[in-house]
Design a binder for this molecule. Sequence first.
Ligand code: DC
Length: 224
Amino acid sequence: MIKIAIDGPSGSGKSSVAKAVSARLGIVYVDTGALYRSIGYYVRTKDKDPKNAEEVSALLPEIELDVKYENGIQCVYLNGENLGDKIRQPEISMYASAVSAIPAVREFLLETQKSIARKNNVVMDGRDIGTVILPDADVKIFMTASNEARARRRYDELTAKGVKVRYEDVLSEMIERDENDRSRAVAPAVPAEDAIMFDNSEHSLEESIDRVIEIIKERVGEIK
Ligand code: DC
């Protein structure tokens, strides 16, 4: 089985790159952020404090998450409901980041992630894929870009979807979320020791995809 880990902060382009890599190499793309977003979404609908470990942990037994692939697109089902784009709202990003610092939440999602990689060739994106989920990945890439480049991409992505936001808010929320993700005690969003660092501030999406495919081919050769 081929395992490719792509980690990095929000707006680093990791999910767009991982999706393209999955299509080009014909392997499964796993968006692990969607799982944390789904838990964040559930906590939001229950009107609980996402930073309160006790409150959030108490909700976990009520949650059943299912990851399915429909026409090559990852769909997360929460208690039977396909959440679709509901988990993409900026508010849910903050909820996801807050719940992701809770050890019981990470534990809850561990097996789901590992079992997908056991059964499929995968390119998985997240924050702790190279360090915790797939420490034996064939290729580990940690993607970064400047705060401004990342905020600009996230802003363009949200406005293209019709979500009304201000650039300044996107930038400050992104910085706050990254700080949460990097400084948490469990599985902080930091590069694995053996990860290849890739700063793509000055690269277009197409260039980033080409570079990542190149790195993968150097490491694992052509994937049949
Ligand atoms: O990749 P994303 O923006 O959809 O992720 C949402 C949040 O989920 C992110 O702020 C931190 C958390 N996350 C995580 O802790 N570990 C992962 N592997 C993926 C996401």
